[in-house]
Design a protein around this ligand. Structure first.
Ligand code: GLU
Length: 683
C-alpha cells in the first residue's frame, strides 16, 4: 500500500512539473502541435526549450522539495527516516541528498522503554588475533560458534548480563574504518553508519573522529600505539666468546706489546751492568763468571708470568728492567680489569641493542621501513597528527612506494619478520605477538593512550546498557581474567632470565679447548725434547737411538738415581745468557758457561749460587760433570729422587778454606735461604 501511495505522489508531482514547464514555455513562444513520424529524423522544434524549462522548475510537492540539476536529476531533497512502531511510524531522522544523515537522537533517548532484552543484534567484527578468531575446525560449526577469542567471550558475557542475542557478521571490506575523501567511512565504522550492524565488537579504537559519526561504549581495554620490530640478533655466544671482550685488533696489539716488552727487557738486561751477577760466588772455578738471567727464553717467559698474574721466579734487579716490568704490570692490570669487567656481558649477551630505540630514531632514518594497518585508527593518528615527528613519519608512509601499509596485522607481522620493517601497532596486539614469537620486540614506549570500545550507530538506544554491562564485567574482573586467558601462553623468556641462567658449555667451552690444546702441545714438545736429547746422547755413545731411548725412558719412569748420573755431553747452544767478566776473562774455560746456560734454557729456573741447597736435577748434572766438578761422592750417599741434594763443592770449599769465602758483590745474589744443608752437612 505504501509503495502505491508513493508512486501516486510521485506521479502527481511529475504532472505538476510538466504542466508548469509547458506553461512557462507557452508564455515565451507560440507552441503549435504537429504530428511527427517516428521514422523521420525531424524533431519537435520546441523540444530542447521544454527540456530546459523542465530543469528550471522548483516546486514544493507531495514528495517534498522538487528541484533538478543540470543533468535532470532531482537534487536538494530529503528523506525522512521512520521507525516502525505498533502504533504506526515515527520519524527518527532525516537523510539529505548531499549524503548526510541527521538522526533524531533526542527522540531516541526519550524512548527509554527500549531495552536490549530479547533483542537480536547484528554484530560486525573483524578477524584479529586474539580478539576474534576462527576456530581451527570452524567448518564444523554454524553461525557464532565458528568464532572464538577475547571479544567473542566478552560479547557472550554481555549477552548473558543484558539478555540479548546476537549474530556475528564479519565486516565486508575487512577494515576497521577510516574516513574517505568524499566524507563516507570504510570498514566497521561505515557498516554502523549504514546501519548494517547494531554493534561493532572488536579491537575497535575510540577516536574523536569516529565518535562524531558513531557512538562508543566506555572503553573495555586501554592501550597505545607502539613499535614492533624483530629482535636484533647479536652473535650467539659461541665457544670462543671469551675472546669477545676485546676486538681482534686489541688482541693483536697485546701480542705485539708482549713481544716488544720481551725485546726491550732482553736488551735492557743486556745493557744494564746490574743484571750481570755471579750465581756461584762460592765456587772458586766460577768466581769470575757473570750471568744474566734474562736469556731470550726468560725474557719471553717473564712477561707471560706477569700477564697471567702468576709471576715467575725471575726478578728484575736493575732499575731499567724493573721499569720495564713495572709498566708491563700496570698494562696487565688495566687489561685484565677491563677484560674481567666485560667478560660476563659478552658471555651472556645474545640480544644486542636494536638499531632504533624510539619513534624519533625511526623518523630520522630511511634504512628501516615502517608502516601501519591500512584504514585503522593508527593510520588516522599519523594522518591527523600535529606533532612534527609524527607528521614526518606520515609524509614518509604516505609517499613511500611500494606501500608500507598492510592489509592485516598478520601481514604486518610477516613483513616485520622477513624484511627490515617496523610495524606501528597497538600495544595489546604487540604484546600478544611478542609472547608468541620471541624474535619480536617492542621498541620504545607508547606513542599515545586510548581505549577500545564497543561501537554503535549514532544515537543507539543500547549505549547506556552496554556501557553498564562493560563496567560490571570490569569490576568483577571478568575482563582481566579473559585478557589473561587469551594473552598468556608465550614461552619467550624474560630479559632478566638470561642473566640469571648459569653459563653453559656453549658459553665457556672454548677455554677447555684451549686447555686441551695446551696439554697436547706440551706433551708433544716433551716428546720432542726427549727424542732430541736421547738422539744426541746416542750419537756420541754410538748406541742405537731406540736402545738409548728405551733406557732413558725406563730410567725416567723408574726414577733411579743413575738416570741422573749418566754420562752426558754438554749440549751446545747458541746465544748467551752468560758472560765472562772481562777482567777475569782468562780464569775460566768456556764449557761451564755453556752448561749453566743450558740448564737455564731447559727449566727456566734460576740456580742461585748462595748456599747451594735444594739442587734440582739440572745443577746436579752440572756438579757431576767431570769437567767441572770434582769427583762425585759415592752414589749411595744420595737418596734416589731426593729433592735435597748436597752441594759437594760448597762443603768442600767450606771445609777447606772457610776464610776464602768472599761475600758476594752487593746486589748480585739473593741472601742465602734457610736450607736443609745445615742438617746434611752434619752427617
Ligand atoms: N584498533 C585499530 C582500529 O580500531 C586497528 C588497528 C590499528 O590501526 O593499528 O582501527
Amino acid at each position: 500500500g505504501m509503495w502505491r501511495r508513493l508512486s501516486s505522489a510521485l506521479m502527481f508531482d511529475a504532472v505538476h512539473v510538466v504542466v508548469s514547464a509547458v506553461r512557462e514555455l507557452n508564455r515565451s513562444q507560440e507552441i503549435g502541435v504537429k504530428p511527427l513520424s517516428c521514422t523521420s529524423p525531424l524533431i519537435w522544434q520546441h523540444g530542447t526549450s521544454l527540456m530546459n524549462y523542465l530543469r528550471m522548475v522548483e516546486y514544493d510537492g507531495l514528495t517534498g522539495h522538487i528541484e533538478f540539476n543540470s543533468k535532470g536529476q532531482r537534487t536538494n531533497y530529503t528523506l525522512k527516516i521512520l521507525e516502525k512502531h505498533p502504533a504506526g511510524h515515527k520519524e527518527i531522522g532525516i537523510w539529505y541528498s548531499n549524503n548526510t544523515l541527521a538522526m533524531n537522537s533526542t527522540s531516541l533517548d526519550l524512548n527509554a522503554s527500549e531495552t536490549l532484552a530479547n533483542k537480536s543484534l547484528v554484530v560486525t567484527t573483524i578477524l584479529e588475533n586474539p580478539y576474534v578468531m576462527r576456530k581451527s575446525n570452524y567448518q564444523e560449526y554454524q553461525g557464532n560458534d565458528q568464532y572464538e577469542g577475547f571479544c567473542v567471550d566478552m560479547l557472550r558475557e554481555l549477552a548473558d548480563i543484558l539478555k540479548f542475542s546476537f549474530k556475528i557478521k564479519l565486516v565486508d571490506d575487512g577494515l576497521y574504518g577510516a574516513p574517505e575523501p568524499n566524507g563516507s567511512w570504510t570498514g566497521m565504522v561505515g557498516e554502523l553508519i549504514n546501519r548494517k550492524a547494531d554493534l561493532a565488537v572488536a579491537g575497535f579504537t575510540i577516536t574523536s573522529e569516529r565518535e562524531k559519526v558513531i557512538d562508543f561504549s566506555k572503553p573495555f581495554m586501554t592501550l597505545g600505539i607502539s613499535i614492533l620490530y624483530r629482535v636484533h640478533l647479536g652473535r650467539k655466544p659461541g665457544y670462543f666468546s671469551f675472546l669477545d671482550p676485546f676486538s681482534p685488533a686489541v688482541w693483536l696489539f697485546m701480542l705485539l706489546a708482549y713481544l716488544a716488552v720481551s725485546c726491550v727487557l732482553f736488551l735492557a738486561a743486556r745493557l744494564s751492568p746490574y743484571e750481570w751477577y755471579n750465581p756461584h760466588p762460592c765456587l772458586r772455578e766460577r768466581r769470575d763468571i757473570l750471568e744474566n738471567q734474562y736469556t731470550l727464553g726468560n725474557s719471553l717467559w717473564f712477561p707471560v708470568g706477569g700477564f697471567m698474574q702468576q709471576g715467575s721466579e725471575i726478578m728484575p734487579r736493575a732499575l731499567s728492567t724493573r721499569c720495564v716490568s713495572g709498566v708491563w704490570w700496570a698494562f696487565t692490570l688495566i687489561i685484565i680489569s677491563s677484560y674481567t669487567a666485560n667478560l660476563a656481558a659478552f658471555l651472556t649477551v645474545q640480544r644486542m641493542e636494536a638499531p632504533i630505540e624510539s619513534p624519533d630514531d625511526l623518523a630520522d632514518q630511511t634504512n628501516i621501513q615502517y608502516g601501519t594497518i591500512h584504514g585503522g585508527s593508527t593510520m588516522t593518528f599519523f594522518m591527523n597528527s600535529r606533532y612534527q615527528t609524527y607528521q614526518r613519519m606520515w609524509n614518509y608512509m604516505y609517499s613511500k612506494q611500494p606501500s608500507v601499509f598492510v592489509k592485516s596485522t598478520e601481514e604486518g607481522i610477516a613483513r616485520v619478520l622477513n624484511s627490515k620493517y617496523a610495524f606501528l601497532m597497538e600495544s595489546t596486539m604487540n604484546e600478544y605477538y611478542r609472547s608468541l614469537n620471541c624474535n619480536l620486540t617492542q621498541i620504545g614506549g607508547l606513542l599515545d593512550t586510548k581505549g577500545y570500545g564497543i561501537g554503535m550507530p549514532l544515537g543507539s538506544p543500547y549505549r547506556d546498557e552496554i556501557t553498564l554491562g562493560i563496567l560490571q564485567l570490569q569490576e568483577s574482573n571478568r575482563l582481566e581474567i579473559l585478557k589473561r586467558r587469551w594473552w598468556e601462553g608465550g614461552q619467550c623468556p624474560k630479559e632478566e632470565d638470561h642473566r640469571a641462567k648459569g653459563l653453559g658449555m656453549e658459553n665457556i667451552g672454548g677455554i677447555f679447548v684451549v686447555l686441551i690444546c695446551g696439554l697436547i702441545i706440551a706433551v708433544f714438545v716433551a716428546i720432542m725434547e726427549f727424542v732430541w736429547s736421547t738422539r744426541r746422547t746416542a750419537e756420541t755413545d754410538e748406541v742405537s737411538v731406540c736402545q738409548e731411548m728405551l733406557t732413558e725412558f725406563r730410567n725416567a719412569v723408574s726414577c733411579k738415581k743413575n738416570s741422573r748420573s749418566r754420562r752426558r755431553r754438554p749440549l751446545t747452544s747458541t746465544g748467551g745468557g752468560v758472560l765472562r767478566h772481562p777482567s777475569r776473562l782468562t780464569l775460566a774455560g768456556p764449557r761451564p758457561i755453556r752448561l749453566i746456560r743450558e740448564m737455564r734454557l731447559s727449566n727456566g729456573k734460576l740456580y742461585s749460587g748462595a748456599g747451594c741447597p735444594d739442587l734440582g736435577p739440572g745443577p746436579q748434572r752440572l756438579l757431576e760433570d767431570p769437567l767441572v766438578a770434582p769427583p762425585a761422592p759415592p752414589r749411595s750417599f744420595l737418596q734416589a729422587c731426593s729433592h735435597v741434594r748436597i752441594c759437594q763443592e760448597c762443603r768442600r770449599i767450606q771445609s777447606l778454606r772457610p776464610a776464602a769465602l768472599t761475600p758476594p758483590p752487593p746486589g748480585a745474589s739473593p741472601p742465602p735461604r734457610p736450607d736443609p744443608e745445615a742438617d746434611v752437612t752434619a752427617i
